[in-house]
Design a protein around this ligand. Structure first.
Ligand SMILES: [Zn+2]
Length: 673
């Protein structure tokens, strides 16, 4: 029988035939697709014809399209429904892919053709997009070492391959630690917790085959537990397990991996002629330099720390009033903060949650996208990668735009966190290819027959990931290389964080936040209190984030530390980290930075993007309407449809008429003086 991954996919919308794919097909498909890509690359490099855009840049763009198809399908499976066999394949593929990509960038004949086109670019009559793709392609080669020779060239290859292996080990250790810990919730403690949390803990217990509710290290369980459990000893136990992920001291300990990653990254940057890794990494970002990043973070750090310290004093009084001695501890913050929220804003998560049904919030997401961009979502029945996932066709004025897949519930076999990915990206180089876009979340799965309920944070995540999806689905460029979210890392969170603002538009919650049991809309006073509490605890949230971003930046903008954990402690000491606030991501489980190169020295990107999203949403406010058609059109024309086909600052200025400053962000977080 033909290999299901390599065959022509005669499926609706060209979706992967998930119902026919067997695990036995994956390795042979990977082998064949990788061989085929290698053959195509060799044909481009050895072409006797003089180089042209078509026979070089365009041909390169298309060379690995079958390999991408196999890999995007495989990554979907291994990230959302892993098992030991799939994980073993991932470990085996990653060094082979690193070797393949360094073969390409180290191919002297191929680089000579690209460089010849680059030197002749003024004479080629290129479109702006094609000229940029040529620049990006050449820059990618140079940054991968195409200009290096001899021993330096060999060493760079080794370093790159080793980094890929280390990143995969880091991720797998983290997943192993997350899976290996759980805490049986004693009945006497369960009765103190809100119903949604007990129900989620029971669900986790059933999935683990345990009798009764358990707390696991899934963020959607452990964070509400820390928020609601009055049992200080249990909070401490759960918190310590949660922050010790990747730092167990056993086989899954990530600390030695981190030390090696940092040293190898520095070596790589120096081989390529940069002072340090951050200087190398940030060159391609909107921020451009470590100094620009540090300046932004420190502008936000001081007001955030002041707010957090004053909040800590209030929470410490509450702790002492409960008869507890000593300082406020990290496992106390969320619990007392929740109590204070209830006291000061008369608002608690348990009161809000019945109104935030997953299905209604998905309707809200689609309704906002419809009012802004005129797109429609129609449910479709197609084979998917897991029974919990669902799919919609996205269209506009009757024309197909994309397929959208949502996979929302947590399970033990799924990587933690939430993300947007694609099974196919938009491009027009080889036919009019429309994207298949996936949002993956880790919301607690309800018991059978009950509605899935979200926290307000979860609802924000839902909007966030759909903002990324819009960036993919509205994409309208020629080259996949600059399509959709293929933009600088510190620009990529603009569409996602901007879309979160529509959750705060009162008419959206008024329409879509309806009670799971009674169907009644959220009462007006609750809605008002919820929105008024929007800036609550922003000191804590900003401090935990900015401190993580500074640790990441400092790790990479000087010599690589011999002892990263000690360096982390020094950095926190230098900035005066409040004792009761832990890092949002401590080093041994800082997957953004160590699972791969995605956010290394670029974790600040979320805040950089927030400066822009706060400022961008003000454009709608200034227009007097959160759904202003003209502003939405400019957003689509200058940002959502054009991907990375121009420099990010040029795109932003085209949309807004100027660059943003941090004022709107500080106001939005309630941190403005
Ligand atoms: Zn995001």
């Amino acid at each position: 029988m033909a290999n299901s991954l390599l065959a022509d996919w005669d499926t609706p919308f060209g979706l992967p035939p998930f119902d026919k794919i067997s695990e036995a097909d994956i390795v042979p498909a990977f082998d064949a697709a990788l061989d085929q890509a290698r053959t195509r690359i060799a044909e481009i490099a050895d072409n006797p014809e003089p180089p042209s855009m078509v026979n070089t840049i365009d041909a390169l763009e298309l060379a690995d399209r079958d390999l991408s198809r196999v890999l995007s399908t495989f990554y979907m499976l291994v990230s959302t429904n892993a098992n030991p066999a799939l994980e073993e394949m991932q470990r085996a593929f990653s060094p082979r892919l690193a070797a393949y990509s360094s073969e390409i960038t180290m191919n002297a004949a191929l680089f000579a053709r690209i460089d010849a086109l680059w030197q002749a670019r003024e004479t080629l009559d290129l479109s702006d997009e094609a000229a940029r793709v040529l620049m990006l392609t050449r820059r990618g080669f140079v940054r991968s070492g195409a200009l290096l020779e001899g021993a330096d060239r060999e060493r760079l290859k080794e370093v790159t391959q080793r980094l890929a292996v280390l990143g995969t080990s880091f991720t797998q250790n983290l997943l192993a630690d997350e899976r290996s810990w759980s805490m049986r919730l004693p009945d006497k403690d369960a009765k103190d917790l809100p119903g949604f949390l007990v129900s989620a803990a029971e669900g986790a217990g059933r999935e683990a085959g345990t009798d009764g509710p358990i707390i696991t290290l899934s963020r959607s369980l452990v964070v509400p537990f820390l928020q609601f459990s009055p049992n200080r000893a249990l909070r401490k136990t759960a918190w310590e397990a949660w922050v010790r992920r990747g730092e167990s001291g056993g086989e899954t300990d990530n600390r030695a991996i981190v030390t090696e990653i940092l040293a190898l990254r520095e070596e790589r940057a120096r081989l390529l002629g940069y002072d340090n890794f951050a200087a190398f990494r940030l060159e391609v970002e909107m921020a451009k330099t470590p100094e620009a990043v540090r300046a932004l973070l420190m502008q936000v750090w001081q007001p955030a720390r002041d707010t957090a310290l004053s909040d800590a004093a209030t929470l410490t009084e509450m702790l002492h009033a409960d008869g507890e001695d000593g300082p406020l501890q990290p496992w106390d913050w969320r619990y007392y903060s929740e109590k204070r929220r209830v006291a000061e804003h008369d608002l608690n998560e348990a009161e809000i949650k019945p109104y935030l049904q997953l299905d209604r919030m998905i309707d809200a997401v689609f309704a906002c996208a419809n009012r802004l961009f005129g797109i429609e979502a129609t449910p479709i029945e197609v084979p998917l990668h897991h029974p919990d996932a669902r799919a919609w066709e996205i269209s506009r004025n009757g024309a197909h735009l994309a397929v959208f897949i949502g996979d929302y519930f947590a399970r033990g076999s799924k990587r933690s966190g939430a993300w947007c990915t694609t099974l196919r990206e938009q491009s027009k180089l080889h036919g009019d290819v429309r994207p298949i876009v996936v949002n993956v979340c880790n919301f607690a799965k309800p018991s059978d027959g009950q509605a899935a309920l979200l926290s307000y944070d979860d609802a924000r995540t839902l909007f966030h990931e759909f903002g990324h999806a819009l960036h993919q689905m509205l994409s309208d460029v020629t080259y996949q290389r600059v399509s959709g979210t293929s933009v600088p890392r510190d620009f990529v969170e603009l569409p996602s964080q901007l879309f979160e603002h529509w959750l705060e538009v009162p008419e959206v919650l008024a329409e879509f936040a309806t009670h799971a049991e009674t169907g009644a809309p959220m009462p007006n006073d609750l809605l008002e209190r919820l929105l008024a509490a929007g800036t609550y605890d922003m000191g804590f949230q900003t401090v935990e984030y900015v401190a993580s971003a500074l640790v990441d930046l400092e790790y990479h903008s000087g010599p690589a530390p011999a002892d990263p954990m000690q360096r982390q402690a020094e950095i926190l000491d230098e900035i005066g980290m409040p004792a009761a606030i832990p890092l949002r991501h401590a080093t041994p489980h800082f997957a953004h930075v160590f699972a791969g190169d995605g956010y290394s020295s670029a974790y600040y990107s979320y805040m950089w993007s927030e400066v822009m999203d706060a400022d961008a949403f003000e454009a709608f406010r200034e227009a007097g309407n959160a759904f202003d058609a003209e502003t939405a059109r400019r957003l689509e024309d200058h940002i959502l449809s054009v991907g990375g086909s121009q420099e990010a600052d040029v795109l932003y200025k085209a949309f807004r008429g100027r660059m943003p400053g941090p004022e709107a962000l500080l106001r939005g977080r309630g941190l403005a003086a």
